[in-house]
Design a binder for this molecule. Structure first.
Ligand SMILES: Nc1ncnc2c1ncn2[C@@H]1O[C@H](COP(=O)(O)OP(=O)(O)OP(=O)(O)O)[C@@H](O)[C@H]1O
Ligand SMILES: [Mg+2]
Length: 264
């Protein structure tokens, strides 16, 4: 089992869109059993994947002493029969920063071990736009991190900060590999976007993922309609489907072959 955290302390850069669509494409096109953990109290991933919710929430897993493993297993098997199971965000998570990080990580590790026993292949963790304990604990238990970025000057400033966070985490989690920076909501008709993409690719050539995601209304539509992007029939969704399908294939290959080109 591989655990991938999707992170960027900047808000609205496409973290949740990446989690939801990767879950869809990795399960549908690569036959992977995917568990999504929503660690953002906004609960956007839980909302878009509402059909796949488990009977246990993230606050119960990370912050409460115990949960009913037996009933959780039944619920997990049921959800996984359709390919995706979701541990929803809840209001308890709002208190996460008042808990001891070691305790959170211990509980998360124990939970992930249960998840592995259930036959899950890939865990995707959606994180909030802040550098709190939800993000830190996710990175501490993950094998990979992928960072969606928006092509605006201020988001590029954040990349350095993000690198510092990740290199600090690597002191404690030596397994953590950076899959890369994912240019998200790219508008190719926008000169500023084109220039920023060229600049960031030049600044971080080995970090920028070559499968960027365009600014496409079909992506926002699918998220708000709680529909798998691949099931959207409109011809305008064709490019969005192709982009996420290619990104999922690239990630699937990168995590299937350790140390393959593209991971750093
Ligand atoms: N490629 C895209 N094209 C068009 N709209 C998008 C795209 N990706 C995401 N969106 C929309 O942009 C908004 C922000 O995206 P998303 O929620 O994925 O960002 P986020 O990084 O998870 O935000 P937050 O930090 O608040 O959790 C959402 O309304 C979403 O539907
Ligand atoms: Mg989000």
């Amino acid at each position: 089992m591989k655990t991938i955290t999707v992170s960027n302390q900047k808000g609205g850069v496409g973290k949740t869109a990446t989690v939801v669509n990767l879950a869809g494409y990795l399960s549908r096109e690569h036959n992977q059993s995917v568990l999504v953990m929503d660690l953002d109290t906004q609960g956007n991933a839980s909302w878009s994947l509402a059909d796949s919710l488990l009977n246990v929430s993230a606050g119960e897993v990370l912050l409460k002493d115990c949960f009913d493993v037996r009933s959780w297993r039944d619920s997990c098997s049921r959800s996984l029969s359709s390919g995706i199971a979701v541990v929803a965000a809840d209001s308890v998570l709002a208190d996460i920063d008042s808990y001891d990080i070691k305790t959170i990580v211990t509980r998360m590790t124990a939970f992930l071990s249960e998840v592995g026993d259930m036959g899950v292949d890939i865990v995707l963790i959606d994180t909030p736009p802040s550098l709190g304990k939800a993000l830190t604990s996710a990175l501490l238990v993950s094998d990979y991190v992928i960072c969606p970025i928006e092509l605006e000057a201020y988001s590029l400033q954040g990349v350095g900060k993000l690198q510092n966070v990740i290199s600090n985490i690597r002191k404690y989690n030596k397994n953590l590999q950076v899959l890369g920076l994912l240019p998200s909501m790219v508008d190719n008709r926008n000169k500023r976007h084109r220039e920023q993409l060229a600049l960031i690719t030049e600044s971080y050539p080995s970090l920028v993922i070559r499968h960027s995601i365009g600014l496409r209304s079909s992506i926002a539509d699918a998220l708000s309609e709680k529909t798998f992007l691949g099931d959207i029939k409109k011809s305008s969704a064709r490019k969005a489907k192709q982009e996420f399908s290619e990104l999922a294939s690239w990630i699937f290959e990168a995590i299937s072959e350790e140390g393959k080109n593209g991971t750093v």
